[in-house]
Design a protein around this ligand. Structure first.
Ligand code: GDP
Length: 531
């Protein structure tokens, strides 16, 4: 028999189709870390778990360059976790939450193909979940929901579904359904597999077939009889009054499959993840200046979605996070930076950033690699391996919600000040605005920690002490149309310019913003401007 040779492109296709790259979105304390840990346990080779380790075992990542991180006991950096499970190659891209919530958190969502939304069953939808959900929704990626903490007395499951549909404006389809909760928690019913996953505390789950109508001896043996009538009623209700399942809607992110479980008890996690692999797609084509770029395109391409500086205090290096979109990445390959046309040899690369850095020799669409950067890259940059250069669709800019007036305490340091401002702003964690006449600097950020990090780094890396004054404004809108007049402005509506000189209005609050819009409907305002 003649041996069949597998061509490189074919090999690459196999690699790509087995990949799943996703983020977990949630409000702090919903159980994201716990769920991540349980998912990593499922995997064979665990390739680090940066944030997870850092947070849980107190073993800190290499990023001790920043005192703030240590003081707060949180990881400012986000990391990528990789593992393999059932012939799939999984990449979880961490979305920093808590106080380190920032524009980076949002931008990370542009580099994933699907999202898992973790909801605390005792609390329902919370603020941060909503914000992150909106970004996923904008991208039209599949969103799967894991309702956590079933081992505790929580909200009524039907109410939770209603909340998802009303607050998030997305259809829901419960794939599993809880049988009791808290002390009476018995397990979940899987509507696809037609089986009950029996909750047995610390012991592994047991699976029992159940058609949803006929109670067999086996079912009766494991589930408290008193619970069965209400389960059957609820299943009938879901079948008759609930949404129909549609794979198409899952794929375009207009219907979220819902699962119930308890991350801490490791209950329902594996069945959820098995379903996840079925319900999500491998990396998809991405829009570019020359049309869609297919993942099976043999030429390497990727884009920079995050830049992180000074992981190592001994070096002034930065790391550019690149999401691979097509072809195969190989260490040492030469790529073209589309923005400048410059050729770059990718000598030093790493697969993830955390306590252990590991050099990566090859990567496929869906993977995320870290490239050493001496100031070459900008957020949103496209790099391509072939001769055909193009640019991927621009990444959206997310509007800051906090603003600070900033200047150097020592006016003599203005050169260092300007340099630091420009370099740090380039990383994208904060936005820079200037006032029109005096050219005062105003920083805008999504989260407050960003300012502290900024202040710290200006001092540590550029030797500049900052004077920072928090402003009362909390909304920024780009002016995209209409004729803005000075008479429209006052202390509550301030005009500034972004880094490119585009006009931006800062409003004191939502009320002031609405009043302004009512009064001057011809002025077109937008909270998103493509980079
Ligand atoms: P994160 O902030 O979303 O990463 O949440 P964590 O995973 O750190 O969990 C927050 C808290 O909730 C911790 O005290 C966890 O032990 C707890 N927790 C997580 N999952 C569950 C669960 O399924 N049931 C219960 N009762 N507690 C949980």
């Amino acid at each position: 028999m003649k041996e069949r040779t597998i061509h490189m492109s074919e090999q690459s296709n196999i690699q790509t189709s087995s990949r799943r790259t996703f983020a977990i979105i949630s409000h702090p304390d919903a159980g994201k870390t716990t769920l991540t840990e349980k998912l990593l346990l499922l995997g064979g080779s665990i390739r680090s778990a940066g944030t997870v380790k850092a947070k849980k075992s107190g073993k800190y990542a290499t990023s001790d360059w920043m005192e703030i991180e240590k003081q707060r006991g949180i990881s400012v950096t986000s990391s990528v976790m990789q593992f393999s499970y059932r012939d799939h190659h999984i990449n979880i891209v961490d979305t920093p939450g808590h106080q380190d919530f920032s524009e980076d958190t949002y931008r990370t969502l542009t580099a994933v193909d699907s999202a898992v939304m973790v909801i605390d069953g005792t609390k329902g939808i919370e603020a941060q979940t909503l914000k992150l959900f909106k970004v996923c929704r904008m991208r039209g990626i599949p969103i799967l929901t894991f309702i956590n903490k079933l081992d505790r007395e929580g909200k009524d499951p039907l109410e939770l579904l209603e909340e998802i549909e009303e607050v998030l404006e997305i259809e829901s389809y419960p794939v599993t359904w809880p049988i009791g909760m808290g002390k009476r928690f018995q397990g979940t019913y899987d509507r696809f597999e037609k089986q009950i996953e029996v909750y047995r505390g610390n012991e592994e789950s047991l699976f029992v077939n159940f058609d949803g109508e006929h109670v067999t001896d086996e079912v009766a043996e494991h589930i408290n009889e008193g619970m069965l009538p209400s389960l059957m009623d609820e299943l009938t209700l879901l079948n008759e009054a609930g949404n129909e399942f549609s794979m198409e809607k899952v794929k375009n992110g207009t219907l979220t499959p819902v699962f119930f479980g308890s991350a801490i008890a490791n209950f329902g996690v594996q069945s959820f993840f098995n379903a996840f692999l079925q319900l999500t797609s491998p990396p998809q084509p991405r829009k570019s200046s020359i049309g869609e770029i297919d993942v099976n395109n043999p030429e390497f391409s990727g884009f920079v979605f995050k830049i992180q500086a000074n992981m190592n205090p001994a070096h002034r290096d930065r790391i550019a996070f690149v999401r691979v979109c097509s072809g195969k990445f190989e260490r040492g390959m030469t790529v073209t930076l589309s923005r400048t046309g410059k050729k770059i040899k990718l000598g030093q690369s790493q697969q993830f950033l955390a306590s252990e850095r590991e050099t990566v020799d090859e990567a496929y669409p869906g993977d995320i690699i870290g490239l050493y950067d001496a100031g070459t890259y900008q957020i949103g940059d496209t790099i391509v391996g072939g001769n055909n250069t193009f640019k991927f669709e621009a990444l959206p800019t997310f509007p800051p919600e906090l603003f600070m007036k900033v200047r150097a305490k020592n006016a003599m340091k203005h050169k260092h000040f300007d340099k630091g401002m420009n370099q740090l702003v380039q990383e994208g964690a904060v936005q820079l605005y200037r006032t029109p006449f005096f050219g005062d600097y105003i920083l805008g950020a999504v989260g407050e920690l960003q300012f502290q990090v900024f202040e710290y780094r200006m001092k540590a890396e550029y030797g500049v002490d900052l004077e920072m004054i928090m402003m009362r404004h909390d909304i920024a809108k780009w002016v995209t149309g209409g004729e803005l007049k000075d008479s429209m402005l006052d202390s509550r509506v301030m005009k500034v310019e972004d880094r490119e000189g585009n006009p931006v209005l800062l409003f004191e609050n939502d009320f002031v913003y609405r009043m302004f819009q009512d009064k001057y409907p011809d002025i077109k305002l937008s909270s998103v401007l493509e980079l």
